[in-house]
Design a binder for this molecule. Sequence first.
Ligand code: GDP
Ligand code: MG
Length: 601
Amino acid sequence: TDPALIRNFCIIAHIDHGKSTLADRMLQLTGVVEQRQMRAQYLDRMDIERERGITIKSQAVRLPWAPTTGDGAGTTHVLNMIDTPGHVDFTYEVSRSLAACEGTILLVDAAQGIEAQTLANLYLALENDLTIIPVLNKIDLPAAQPEKYAAELAHIIGCDPSEVLKVSAKTGVGVAELLDKVVAEVPAPVGKADAPARAMIFDSVYDSYRGVVTYVKVVDGKLSRRERIQMMSTGAAHELLEIGVSSPEMTASDGLGVGEVGYLITGVKDVRQSKVGDTVTQLHKGATEPLGGYKDPKPMVFSGLYPLDGSDYPELRDALDKLQLNDAALVYEPETSAALGFGFRVGFLGLLHLDVIRERLEREFGLDLIATAPNVIYRVIMEDGSEHTVTNPSEFPTGKIAEVYEPVVRATVLAPSEFVGAIMELCQSRRGSLLGMDYLSEDRVELRYTLPLAEIVFDFFDQLKSKTRGYASLDYEPTGEQTSELVKVDILLHGDKVDAFSAILHKDKAYAYGVRMAGKLRELIPRQQFEVPIQAAIGSRVIARETVRAIRKDVLAKCYGGDISRKRKLLEKQKEGKKRMKMVGAVEVPQEAFIAALSTD
Ligand code: GDP
Ligand code: MG
């Protein structure tokens, strides 16, 4: 295709503002998906995506379009639409999708207005120098306020309110005009046709039949079928078994040239061999300079995952291996816990990523899991200068600690201005420091905070929602680390540490955690033959204490009295129960107690 006729664009929006629905309408209008095959959110292929209505993996699709109005009217153009994931955890994937485009539709719900992810995505688009087409969606809704929000949108991107298009992705109103505007306003891609090939990987998906399908945008040169290609970050070489475009089903071709977006198949079996952000070139006389932007995904949040039934450990390992084929950001290593047995310490990009993986393990692989409370990565500097990276609180070093570093994020909260007080209070209680505050319009405010990541990985978003009656939206990005006065709190049962309950906390919060956990465990641990002290401690200093009293002799006697069949039943029941008991030192703890204690409420 002549690059002059290509338009590469994406749609960015806050979650639920209608990106996938708009994509559906575009598929229909351009005729690439026949009416009878159409189903809602055609491009969201993963089950969890469809159920939760969110897009996790991005997809690209080629749409033929001959505008009826404006520049280019009457000529069939090739529009490559890239559907991007909309959630904070996947910001890096969003930024790679954006880098494959020359323009973007900034879509805003006409009944909601601008939200935190609208802004976060807008900033990414501006960083990538994209042409921005502002669009209000859902104008069919009775609650829509198109004039008000057109003014808001125009204000943040600096255009005239009359330039904001108004559409309904549901009814299709305005969508053809929008496609015309994409042709007229988004610049055609530019690249060097006779230079060595350089193509950027913006997505990489594992398919059980074909292996890894890699989505690329060719920036310079040409990639051809049967050619040997090279991944520039690793130097690994592969044969290009198939190359083509998705429209939206995969259609093979002879090659892809400047500005084209399509897919590659090389037979590799693992997405880590074909990483988002990497540059593909020819093996023979290939490019020497990669395109900018490659970055290894970095896990931010860790959790221990343990099979409820210890004999499921091999299945859990196989399931993680399989998921990793399609998820370069998923990392894990075996871990043993005295309390929970054999499991894995798993690293995630963020909380949604953790949720999605856990849910897939349970649903697609039928595993019952215990997950320990999520924690972040800490860097501990000892007085002797040695350094430890801690991904599991129970491995926090003992001895003389000079400094502890924790990751921090820059968070943006958008909400109606009446909630400013409540939001500030919440952020302060989470050790946040205010960076700034702006009114986007007279009743909507943007608050920017630096917050420790550890303070938001737990229930921050839920709290924010409940304190603002669901109106606040949140976005955040990692911005580095800070030193803090952090301590490890251990929980001891009958003098023995329970590794799964160790937590790293700010010293001002350690006491409350100790009291809460000790109290919870006292309720959950059944009486034993002897008294069981429960202690929370920082090092050797006990900060909270509870006791589970011993069973009294006469209670025991009563248990074992009665007729013989009842006694046998009781014994059998006890045997069954034993299987789900874990020994922590001398104390028998039912597994349910661990699960309950680790639950978030
Ligand atoms: P995404 O998260 O941005 O991909 O949003 P979806 O496309 O999944 O849409 C979220 C919800 O808004 C769904 O229930 C859609 O049916 C609904 N929706 C999307 N566009 C419109 C529209 O133009 N009008 C109305 N009334 N509802 C819409
Ligand atoms: Mg979607």
